[in-house]
Design a protein around this ligand. Structure first.
Ligand SMILES: Nc1ncnc2c1ncn2[C@@H]1O[C@H](COP(=O)(O)OP(=O)(O)OP(=O)(O)O)[C@@H](O)[C@H]1O
Ligand SMILES: [Mg+2]
Length: 213
């Protein structure tokens, strides 16, 4: 199996293209925002590991994975306005991403934005753990209401890798929470049965074929 995608392998900034491919969104943020130093040598850019998955225009893309697996790092490769993120909304409401008392208002903000974006067929990335079936069911219902494509990106990242990434960042989630949430990871098959029209595995993101399952 291929290793998880490297966050250091993205090329320089370029404008998004109309077909809204992930590859076209890559590099939209500044290098510093993506947390990387120098771009890869030209020869290594031929296969852009983030040129996959393709997101159909107007899709709702749900990231699914435990804390520390790399969801926000991936999401930062799309235009910022595509992303809805409960951590961010908690922070806007309370000055702390971790303040769970701000979760209800964060959910309200997220739902308002989902309605606004899906009704306009604007591609939208849901950057939260989305590990609970009922949370995904609610998101799927919202996408269905507007007949939008429903894409899941499943972070099938091994627990030891997730633990190491979590431990190495500024905002460390308690290890037992990470372990507990990692156990909730669904399979790709489960996600398809739930109603996602496409399911992409993060472990495939480094392949040149861009398989989905
Ligand atoms: N593909 C990767 N390779 C190496 N390190 C990575 C990769 N993706 C993310 N990281 C690092 O792992 C840490 C966690 O990433 P990130 O914050 O994106 O996780 P998250 O899934 O958004 O977590 P949370 O659910 O808590 O918001 C960060 O320090 C990030 O730089
Ligand atoms: Mg995050």
């Amino acid at each position: 199996m291929s290793p998880a995608p490297s966050v250091t392998s993205v090329g320089p900034a370029k404008p998004p293209m109309p077909d809204q491919r992930v590859s076209d969104a890559v590099g939209k943020g500044s290098p510093s925002r993506l947390g990387r130093g120098c771009p890869l040598p030209q020869k290594d850019r031929k296969v852009d590991p983030m040129s996959f998955p393709h997101l159909p225009a107007g899709a709702l893309c749900v990231l699914v994975g435990p804390p520390g697996c790399g969801k926000s790092t991936l999401a930062a490769r799309w235009p910022d306005s595509w992303r809805v993120c409960l951590d961010r909304f908690r922070e806007l409401a309370s000055d702390s991403e971790m303040d769970q008392s701000a979760t209800p208002v964060a959910v309200e903000i997220q739902n308002l934005l989902l309605e606004a974006r899906l009704s306009r067929a604007r591609t939208t990335i849901v950057d939260s753990t989305n590990l609970e079936t009922r949370v995904r069911a609610d998101l799927l219902a919202r996408a269905n209401q507007w007949r939008r494509p429903r894409v899941a990106v499943l972070f099938d990242v091994p627990l030891d890798v997730v633990e190491a990434r979590n431990a190495g960042r500024e905002r460390v989630v308690r290890p037992h929470v990470v372990r507990k949430l990692h156990r909730l990871l669904p399979t790709a098959e489960q996600l398809r049965v739930e109603g996602f029209t496409a399911v992409h595995l993060v472990s495939d993101l480094t392949t040149s074929t861009g398989r989905s399952r």
